[in-house]
Design a protein around this ligand. Structure first.
Ligand code: ADE
Length: 237
């Protein structure tokens, strides 16, 4: 899968993407990532990417021409163009999954007060937000999208089953995890986990995943596909 990110801070993207799972996926060529400087498509001597808004008001608006020229140069038959913006569709596991099925994503990062509306209406296929808060630019949002989408690409996590068991894949939060020592500052690892048999451990984990989701994210639980056993475990809680 290929990502092209258009931004005024290309190094921010490539530097941050060089670590961990994403960094390894790029090294192994499972993911191709290029970050492009939006100013490369400016033609004036100051390489200006923004201008004052029509109608007045505070702040600056990003000009349409550099975005149009960038996308026209980078786009192929299978490209999907995404603008990161707080007005977009909220990113969740389902959206990350569907974006991971694209062959080529072009991510456009805005800055300043916003982006000329013609970029949205005539260039962009989809607008994506990473949460109901405003960042000072789309770069960190693009990195969140890049990371969450890349780990769903075949081969990136190595072990396919790990995504299926992760939090949010099943609309459940994860069960608590422990490692050694069994006792730390008077806090003990739950006995079912430390000494339990396979089935006991499985039930404990499922019950705790359900408990957490019920307590913290009842909205998720409402969307989870619950089995008869889950309903019984929930009843016990
Ligand atoms: N740019 C600024 N805020 C953003 C957000 N919440 N999501 C995506 N892009 C953004």
């Amino acid at each position: 899968m290929r990502f092209d990110v258009v931004t005024i801070f290309p190094n921010l993207i490539t530097d941050a993407a060089a670590y961990g799972v994403l960094g390894r996926a790029i090294e192994q060529n499972l993911i191709q990532l290029a970050a492009h400087d939006l100013r490369d498509w400016c033609h004036d001597r100051y390489r200006q990417v923004d201008d004052t808004p029509y109608g007045g008001g505070p702040g600056m608006v990003m000009k349409p021409e550099p975005f149009f020229e960038a996308v026209e140069q980078l786009r192929g038959d299978k490209s999907h163009v995404v603008l990161l913006s707080p007005q977009g569709q909220l990113l969740n596991h389902g959206l990350a999954r569907s974006l991971s099925e694209c062959e080529h994503l072009i991510l456009l990062c805005g800055r300043y007060e916003g982006v000329d509306e013609r970029v949205r209406s005539a260039l962009v296929d989809q607008e994506v937000s990473v949460g109901d808060y405003v960042l000072s630019g789309g770069e960190f949002a693009a990195l969140v999208l890049l990371d969450s989408v890349s780990r769903l690409v075949d081969g990136v996590l190595g072990n396919d089953t790990s995504v299926d068991q992760e939090s949010h894949t099943q609309n459940l939060l994860e069960y608590p995890q422990y490692t050694r020592p069994a006792q730390y500052r008077s806090m003990a690892v739950p006995v079912d986990l430390a000494e339990g048999h396979h089935e006991q451990i499985r039930l404990w984990r499922r019950r705790e995943a359900l408990r957490r989701t019920l307590e913290r994210r009842p909205d998720l639980l409402a969307r989870a596909a619950l089995t008869d056993e889950d309903w019984r475990l929930l009843g016990e809680l």
